[in-house]
Design a protein around this ligand. Sequence first.
Ligand SMILES: Nc1ncnc2c1ncn2[C@@H]1O[C@H](COP(=O)(O)OP(=O)(O)OP(=O)(O)O)[C@@H](O)[C@H]1O
Ligand SMILES: [Mg+2]
Length: 275
Amino acid sequence: MGDGPTDTRHHRKPGRVPPHPGDASITLQPSDRADEIGVLERELAEMQREIRHSLVQNTRLAALGASMSRVNHDLRNSLASAMVVSDSLAQSEDPQVQKVTPRLMAAIDRAVNLCSQTLDYARSREPELHPERFDLRTLVSDVLDFVTPPPDAEIRWDIGIDPGFVVVADKNQMFRVLLNLAGNAAAAMPEGGTLRFRAERGGGWVSIDIADEGTGIPPKAQETLFEPFMPGSGKGTGLGLAIAKELMRAHGGDIKLMETSDRGTRFRLRLPDRG
Ligand SMILES: Nc1ncnc2c1ncn2[C@@H]1O[C@H](COP(=O)(O)OP(=O)(O)OP(=O)(O)O)[C@@H](O)[C@H]1O
Ligand SMILES: [Mg+2]
């Protein structure tokens, strides 16, 4: 005895138990020092607060992941039965049925996709992208078919995107991003209003602007807008913008809040231009 790591104990001040490296239960207390060490202490304490915050988020995501796995299992079974019914509907000779069945099947497909993607998110897995070339205007008008405006609100869609404006990205994922933005925008216009889409390319990027005439986002909510589980006063779960951000990032792009006031809100999506 005498040699080795135990020796170091003799160098400690009596009564002071040194923190185990990595012991997250100890809270760093910065002193009032005005020098660089003081600055460093405060920065470390701030970093510790941020790490704690993201640990709490991760724990919540893990809990969500576990319960979603169960919901997902049952939901997938229901969707499988819906798929069988819509397959047999597709055989019908009734022209009305023939007209609506493809939309029904597309909706079921998207629901299945949504299940898996939300699960992926809860498990914090990187979304898998399947890029393809598609017409952005067509995608936006498909998205608008799925938006439910608030009751009694007359919402006008203004798609100022030229036909033939081609984008290369994962179409299903872009559908999800746009659907969430359009859904949020419609929800923010209980008195009605216009939802405008614009797109342009330049400098190697495609920018897509989504602007509404809604109630705007309060300053406090803006701070955590893209964090998961930060819903407003509505019925949402607060996942939409977090997922949208993750999907845009996975594409090498981004989503930004450009402006918001009581006259409306504008978000901008950016994608690397691969058209
Ligand atoms: N265009 C907008 N105008 C006003 N508020 C908005 C707008 N977009 C988002 N918000 C606010 O930000 C909150 C978070 O949006 P997000 O899409 O992340 O979650 P959610 O819509 O509440 O739920 P989910 O999308 O998971 O169903 C919304 O609840 C809403 O309060
Ligand atoms: Mg939403």
